[in-house]
Design a protein around this ligand. Sequence first.
Ligand code: ME8
Length: 668
Amino acid sequence: MSRFFITTPIYYINAEPHLGHAYTTMVADAVARAHRLMGDDVFFLTGTDEHGQKVERAAQKSGEGTVAFADRTAQKFRDLLPALNISNDDFIRTTEPRHFAASQALWRLVRDRGFIYKDRYQGWYCTVDEVFVPEKQLVEGRCPLCNSVVEKLEEESYFFRMSAFQQTLLAHYRQHPEFVTPDHRRNEMLAFLEAGLDDLSISRTSFTWGIPVPDDPAHVMYVWFDALTNYMTAVGYGSDAPEQQQRFAHYWPADVHLIGKEIVRQHAIYWPAFLLAAGLPLPKRIMSHGWWLMEGAKMSKSKGNVVRPQDYVQHFGLDAVRYFVFREMVFGQDANFADDAILTRYNADLANDFGNLASRATTMIHRSCGGVVPAPDAALLEREPERALRSTLDRVVPAVRALVEEFQLSAALREIWEVVAASNRYIVVREPWKLAKSGSAQELHTALFVAADTLRVIAELLRPFMPDTGERTLAMLGVTPSATAWVDLRAGTLAPGGTLGTTVPLFPRIEHSVEELRLMADDTTQGAVPQTPAPSAPAQAPAHAPAPAQAAIPATTEAPKIAIDDFMKVELRTAKVLTAERVPKSSKLLKLFVDTGIDQRTIVAGIAEAYEPESLVGRTIGIVFNLKPAKLMGIESNGMVLAASAEGQKPILISFGDNPPPPGSRIR
Ligand code: ME8
């Protein structure tokens, strides 16, 4: 069992967490989960960076005391973790006593080894990035990183003798080419090192919200000296307790510090220099990812152009958001966050490709084998396309493991989706529905076994990325998730004779635009729509949507059986359309005014892409008569029209021919 210690940056608490923070934490989570599944002893750390001038000023602005401000805002970052299903082992706050002890211990060690001296600092400081900016790097008096106005500082300061480590760091970079990833960041750091290192000012006297410098409390530590030390604090550094010292010996050095690209210098130069000065081992890898952009600009608190991950989780469900960000961002490069892209990926990759596969592979076993995994025929397994599918799996499983170890989550998901596509093709080629009618039992059982067995491998591979989806799929297959499933994951290991669980729709298609989803969610929060989404399912636009097209659960889904009484609770009736018009600003919705024979009412229906409003006037349609009212685009809809829609096709209203029954007739 290898030890694997992974960290995220600790986040500043001066503003709300956004998708950028959520992304780093989700990536670290996926990699940590994968290592656990590979049997490693994982320690996964995240937390909050609470000191420094920026936080002190934000606290002053809020009118709260600094401690109360820090407690309140740090909690928002902590609360995001369960909402994103993050499996961190610890959450560190730099305001905790254990961290004061660790930072002061590191300071003393570096000082006692002769690498800290006192002088005067004269120069420029950027409070947004909490960095000292050399005069030659200023861009028209502004910070080259974030473009904010820098402040002139002139104060007594302790300095860290960083210049002493140029050669040692260069040698380390040469001996460990994997130290900084991706390569272009490594090259930037090499160029920076080769230009020579200046000593670094590491204390401040002009404010007090920080960790006091040992033996000189007029100074607080430079926030980065304190912040970087968090990685050691959490594994026991600075503690006198023997068990903590053992933990430190066990877990340090970290295997990976995962960070965004803007803080590589602090992690790849300052931090190793501090550690070299202290005589402590260096982290093994600094891996930096790119930025999420909104219309080309970095999503950031200071720009205010941020996406709140919770909003997307509400619309699409957590696993869909996780899937999207992992799939969309190629590690190391920037990516644009676009609403349409997430909707497209949801419907194409999740609802269509994966959702249909999960549903088909399990439903057929329910239908043809009483829900029990059939035994395959050994000879039939040696034919094509069975062998080809198996060799795809044999290639993809180790490939996914290797890609995840290199944080190439997008490429790993691409590999998994190749298997999804291959399995869907396999089902189409074998046509088990035909075999069930006219084929041999061995042929049928082999095809059903292979489909289910492949789905099981896919579900196991998905667990780090979409933990809930992976486990729900395994539950559908009747497989108990094992903590170390990736150790010996391979094709052909699903046990025949096992009983399947219930097939549930994992990713119902969403037929709304994101804009419509948002408007509906706004109405939900105002209390107009009573349903709340299940925690693991998407916001279920379908649940309160007006047209059946939106609830297009794949046709192959084996929904649980209901009693006739349940069915009779739904009052289906005929109604006559009196007027019909488009809903402004919506491409999908029509507003119908109908005569139900009992009353006249408005129904909003998602059929605008299939019907011209005029063509509906005078027509008899079927409706759900006793549906609770729901607000859609601000219009109260009283009921829902009945329509059928084939996968990816426009909805078709059910029709009653030339002699329709009068409005209000019950449909049963
Ligand atoms: O820098 N795209 O904290 P911070 C992708 N406290 N990732 C993003 C992002 C974006 N648009 N915006 C932020 C700090 N991030 C210091 C770190 S570590 C010892 C101290 C993520 O709150 C990304 O991981 O500014 C980035 O490095 C981090 O949030 C910065 O968070």
